[in-house]
Design a protein around this ligand. Structure first.
Ligand code: NAD
Length: 282
């Protein structure tokens, strides 16, 4: 029987592209998108969409049973910069949402789960210049703390309940289909739109703040490949590092000017820089 797949937080930056990729691969009937928003005609146009709050464990369990879900991609979360505006709220969603998914998956015998972690688990003591797979976790934000704790919860459910949970530590993801969801690397998405719309952009980070980034298409490919890999080939029970390239806002602006010569960029670092999220976080 074909596996039915549920995606939580499907309307966000990653979900928008991951749902399309999964539907292309597994067929639109087998991929159910969900988010906290009520369904619209547009959301229903390419496949099934349901309104689902991941904090509503009962409804999550009901959905998994009713739709015969065999795989969950759990994307619903608050990202780094937004999380700092409401740390306890971010903790509630990021932790309880994950625990609900893990518990329901255990109870309903869901075959596989994907849950993204982040480079935000790393910090000043993690050797940020070359951050190895087993570098020391040193999260500075509530978002990073929730990702670090989440990684260990995932390992706990694998070891104690035999759940097949897979994870990648994404860096900042660059895409054009949906806006960034409130991370410290969102500038690298926004600047392209600003370049096309107004020809000018005010960056919330300093010109020389380097951060690790990955193009969305590469992140999606890595996610699909990780989920398809034979279980026996996997050795990391927490989350796999994945890298693309690092650059600064100044370098990105220069690269865009090759195509949009008049692009003007001002730098007005805000809390995301001042709290030093940007020095080690995404
Ligand atoms: P996003 O903010 O764009 O999307 C998150 C989605 O979750 C939103 O559509 C939101 O409506 C939904 N949501 C919020 N509360 C919910 C709830 N209670 N129930 C159901 N849905 C809810 O985020 P994203 O960039 O798509 O990130 C998805 C995942 O990937 C997150 O776990 C994030 O931490 C992780 N990640 C993202 C990046 C990145 O650069 N985008 C980097 C590292 C890790």
């Amino acid at each position: 029987m074909t596996t039915k797949i549920l995606i939580t937080g499907a309307c966000g930056q990653i979900g928008t592209e991951l749902v399309a990729a999964l539907r292309a691969k597994h067929g639109w009937k087998n991929v159910i998108a969900s988010d906290i928003y009520p369904a619209t005609d547009e959301m229903q146009a390419c496949g099934t969409y349901i309104k689902l709050d991941v904090l509503n464990k009962k409804k999550l369990a009901y959905t998994v049973t009713q739709l015969g879900i065999g795989e969950i991609y759990h994307l619903a979360a608050v990202l780094s910069a937004k999380g700092e505006q409401n740390p306890t709220g971010a903790w509630d969603l990021n932790m309880q949402g994950l625990l609900n998914v893990l518990e329901v998956a255990k109870e309903k015998k869901v075959k596989k789960i994907f849950w993204p972690s982040s480079i935000a688990v790393f910090g000043p003591d993690s050797m940020p210049a070359v951050c190895f797979q087993n570098a020391k976790a040193d999260p500075l934000t509530v978002y990073g703390i929730s990702k670090m704790a989440g990684e260990y919860w995932c390992r706990y459910y694998q070891r104690n309940y035999g759940l097949d949970v897979r994870s990648l530590r994404y860096p900042g993801l660059i895409s054009y289909s949906a806006p960034g969801g409130g991370g410290t690397t969102d500038y690298a998405v926004d600047i392209f739109h600003a370049a096309m719309e107004s020809g000018s952009y005010t960056c919330f980070l300093k010109e020389n703040t380097g951060l690790p980034m990955l193009y969305m298409a590469d992140a999606i490919r890595a996610t699909l490949e990780l989920m398809e890999a034979p279980k026996a080939n996997l050795s990391v029970e927490t989350s796999y590092n994945i890298a693309g390239m690092s650059f600064t806002p100044g370098e990105l602006a220069q690269a865009i000017r090759v195509h949009v010569p008049g692009l003007e960029v001002a730098y007005s670092p805000d809390k995301r820089q001042r709290r030093k999220l940007a020095d080690y976080d995404q």
